[in-house]
Design a protein around this ligand. Structure first.
Ligand SMILES: Cc1ncc(COP(=O)(O)O)c(C=O)c1O
Length: 421
């Protein structure tokens, strides 16, 4: 049964947030004379000492290029890099470390699949199913591929609560599609799609499925074996790790058949003037010097998330949504977009204040030390569907508190007073 969020709906957080906050040096900073209230976690997360320390240790203690040297530093860096891959693989439920390819971010991950599997398998007249919830990173690469090869993009709509129209999706899957590229969790509204059920339906109808899990892996338990998808992408910087880290998971059989994405060093096994043979997985897809320090930081982030428990983080975020949503909805002139229940959502809350542009809202918030995102959130298809140019978005993570929700509510009050609405 859907838990409709009303004032008084209390959801207890399982986290010791004060202890967690002590791990994040940046959270003790002040902005414009006020304690920083960082509510832009869907854009990027802050980093704990443990991640910063793991990266500093590389530079201070054993830095050398990976996979190349036979001396101790190089072997140590290589072991840390491949160790991070093993941690990531375990974290997302992969059977085999070779199925995890390090990339700079989710965007690069989608492009890797679009330029390799996509251009080898999608032909003129083929159908690619996408949704209005997609981030531009999981739409534009497919749109461009469709233009290049003459394929057709089929769009799935959402209902007024920002949930996918399942019956429309099922009908389109039944008509046949080469690819379904779908977000696990919407960065614009916080909606969590019933991905497992959708993947089963699409694959049974013969489609290959790519899941964009950029907003899922940091916030909810994700298991690729359980989801049974074909490809899954995510970004490290949204899950406590540095920018420049991220991954593509792919079914080993598919990865083995795909040609490389980028060509050059490290991704080869033998080069002659006539031809080049590719390296084994996953290195076939990791051309040039990898962002190995970032990947090692990602491994440390996985350690941190596992110690706290991603399911606990999810429950914590829901406790904040249960606190904020009813209070927000009671403010005259505030319109909230997306799911109004606690089911199948994460801690993303999008809203607008009537009579104030979101950019002005965010500017007033900044004076109060409150960091939120204002704009289209790389979701212009969704903004068009909602009939707005932009929204203000607060997005939570493991270190946020109900006091910070109060600071946000206070900042809204301030913005309304300044703009006299
Ligand atoms: C759902 C989703 N997909 C993809 C991306 C792209 O992530 P990145 O910019 O790290 O490549 C984002 C970033 O906000 C996102 O929220």
């Amino acid at each position: 049964m859907a838990v409709t969020v009303k004032t008084g709906t209390e959801v207890r957080s399982p986290l010791d947030v004060a202890k967690i906050r002590a791990d994040f040096p940046i959270l003790s900073r002040a902005v414009n004379g006020k304690p920083v209230v960082y509510l832009d976690n869907a854009a990027t997360s802050q980093k704990p000492r443990q991640v910063i320390g793991a990266m500093r240790a590389v530079f201070e203690e054993y830095n050398a290029n990976i996979h190349r040297g036979v001396y101790e530093f190089s072997e140590q860096t290589t072991a840390a890099f491949e160790g991070a891959r093993a941690k990531v693989a375990r974290f997302i439920g992969a059977h085999d470390d070779r199925e995890v390819i390090f990339v700079r971010n989710a965007t690069e991950g989608v492009n890797l699949v679009a330029y390799t599997w996509g251009r080898e398998n999608i032909r003129s007249g083929d159908r690619i199913i996408s949704t209005v919830l997609e981030h531009h990173s999981d739409f534009v690469p497919w749109q461009q591929l469709a233009k290049d090869v003459g394929a057709q993009i089929v769009m799935i709509d959402v209902d007024d609560d920002g949930r996918l129209r399942r019956e429309q999706l099922s009908a389109e899957i039944k008509k046949g599609a080469k690819l379904l590229a779908i977000t696990h969790t919407s960065n614009g509204l916080g909606t969590v799609n019933p991905v497992k059920e959708i993947v089963a339906e699409a694959r049974a109808a013969g489609a290959t499925v790519l899941v964009d899990a950029a907003q899922a892996v940091p916030h909810t338990p994700v298991d690729v074996t359980d989801l049974d998808c074909d490809f899954l992408v995510f970004s490290g910087h949204k899950m406590l790790a540095p920018p420049g880290s991220g991954g593509v998971w792919g079914r080993i059989g598919l990865l083995e058949r795909m040609r490389p994405f980028l060509f050059g060093g490290d991704m080869i096994s033998r080069v002659t003037v006539e031809k080049t043979e590719w390296n084994e997985l996953p290195w076939k897809f990791e051309a040039g010097t990898s962002s190995y320090v970032d990947a090692i930081g990602l491994g440390a982030a996985v350690d941190y998330l596992e110690a706290v428990g991603v399911a606990n983080i999810h429950d914590h975020e829901l406790s904040l949504v249960a606190y904020l949503l009813p209070r927000l909805s009671e403010i005259p002139g505030v319109e909230v977009y997306g799911p109004k229940t606690l089911d199948d959502r994460v801690g993303v809350v999008s809203f607008n204040i009537e009579g104030i542009h979101p950019h002005d809202v965010a500017t007033i918030f900044d004076r109060e030390g409150v960091c939120v995102r204002a704009g289209h959130h790389c979701n212009q298809l969704l903004m068009t569907r909602l009939g707005v140019a932009a929204t203000t978005r607060a997005s939570f993570y493991l270190y946020n508190t109900t006091d910070e929700c109060d600071a946000l509510l206070g900042a809204i009050d301030r913005a309304k007073k300044v703009f006299k609405v």
